[in-house]
Design a protein around this ligand. Structure first.
Ligand SMILES: Cc1ncc(COP(=O)(O)O)c(C=O)c1O
Length: 372
């Protein structure tokens, strides 16, 4: 028997989520599969999303792998190229590539190829991560349109607040202004913009997180959006402990039992990618649901044990974590634990751990067995 932790990747959920994206727009779909398909495995994700119109990622090696495996869709390098030596590969493999700074244009100038490259020119519409400032776009467009190496140009930007109350109004107006003089394709929308702001759809949308079945919004669940979780991280209880009032749990003794209770030890820790900051402990506050004599009350992260909700206790260790079994008398060593995924929304786990679902998905470590 292997250690019981595993990540089940539901490929039909990926197809379902792609379908949800399709239903929301008539634009072409560039599926974002960077970071090893948001931690789900590049090739299996690419195959499950075969009905997409394009793939967006970072590493040229991954792009080449996709082409060599027979994928014919557009493949976009989201950070473009890092050195001039990549340009012949980009041309040979028919990759599209972002250009976001002057250094890349200088490299392009030294490249002797003709009419080979599809460029996505990135406009900085306020996020201040990548892209040319709006006032430089006219000049760069002029340069690229006349450039011997360039075949086609798409104008793109990326939103900082599409998932927040602030929305996209400002950057959308700015981008539309900048793009107005040009009859070129445009791309703006991530998942949040795709789902909430049809005015951003333009020619290409670029959904990522929604394809993996997580909601980009704090106030709308994935289920409400019709999305299905792709990754279910599960394990089992490998031991139980009976605590007396005052007994402490784990490194740093961050949990102290206020009364007799039973806990389960789960084969899952931070070396598997489970966030160590989960199961954090806050000083006891008046009205806290379970005050303890030690002056602490836990604020645990939700988990499912044999399909029933409970919470983590104390500090997550490298290979194990603790769960509260006080109201789950039927559970025991061997009980199945769902850390996130089916029945336990990853967004809820992320919120409790002070992070986002993106980070949890990407943080899964190679020692976790993947099953499909
Ligand atoms: C440029 C760009 N476009 C699209 C996406 C997809 O965003 P999301 O996963 O929020 O849909 C990302 C991801 O961060 C991105 O960097």
């Amino acid at each position: 028997m292997a250690r019981p932790i595993q990540a089940h990747i539901d490929l039909s959920a990926l197809e379902n989520n792609l379908h949800v994206a399709r239903r929301a727009t008539s634009s072409r779909l560039m599926s974002v599969i960077k970071a090893d398909g948001y931690g789900h495995g590049l090739m299996r994700v690419a195959e499950a999303l075969a009905k997409t119109d394009g793939y967006a990622l970072l590493n040229i090696q991954d792009a080449v792998r996709l082409r060599d495996s027979g994928f014919r869709q557009a493949i976009l390098l989201l950070e473009g190229f890092f050195g001039a030596e990549e340009l012949p590969v980009i041309a040979e493999y028919d990759l599209s590539c972002v250009i976001h700074n002057a250094a890349q244009i200088a490299m392009l100038d030294g490249y002797p190829g003709r009419g080979m490259l599809d460029i996505w020119l990135k406009v900085n519409s306020g996020m201040n991560r990548l892209g040319f400032p709006p006032q430089q776009v006219a000049q760069v467009m002029e340069q690229l349109r006349r450039h011997r190496a360039v075949r086609d140009i798409t104008l793109m930007t990326h939103f900082a607040n599409a998932d927040e109350a602030r929305g996209v109004a400002e950057p959308l107006a700015l981008f539309n202004d900048v793009a107005a003089p040009y009859r070129v394709a445009r791309s703006l929308a991530n998942s949040a913009a795709l789902l909430r702001y049809p005015a951003t759809h333009a020619d290409w949308v670029r959904p990522g997180i929604m394809l993996y079945g997580a909601s980009p919004f704090a106030d709308v669940s994935a289920q409400q959006l019709g999305l299905k979780p792709v990754m279910t991280l599960s394990s089992r209880i490998i031991a139980t402990q009976q605590l007396r009032a005052g007994d402490e749990v784990g490194y740093g003794a961050l949990f102290r039992a206020g009364h007799a209770m039973r806990i389960g030890i789960v084969a899952c820790g931070y070396a598997d990618g489970y966030p160590r900051q989960s199961g954090r402990v806050e000083p006891e506050a008046p009205g806290t649901h379970r005050p303890t004599p030690g002056g602490y009350a836990t604020n645990g992260t939700p988990v499912l044990v044999d399909g029933q909700r409970t919470r983590t206790l104390g500090r997550v260790s490298m290979d194990m974590l603790y769960v509260d079994l006080s109201n789950l008398p039927q559970t025991d060593a061997g009980s199945r634990v769902v850390l996130w995924g089916e029945g336990m929304p990853i967004e809820e786990v992320a919120r409790a751990a002070g992070t986002v679902s993106y980070e949890l998905m990407c943080a899964l470590t190679p020692r976790v067995r993947i099953v499909t």
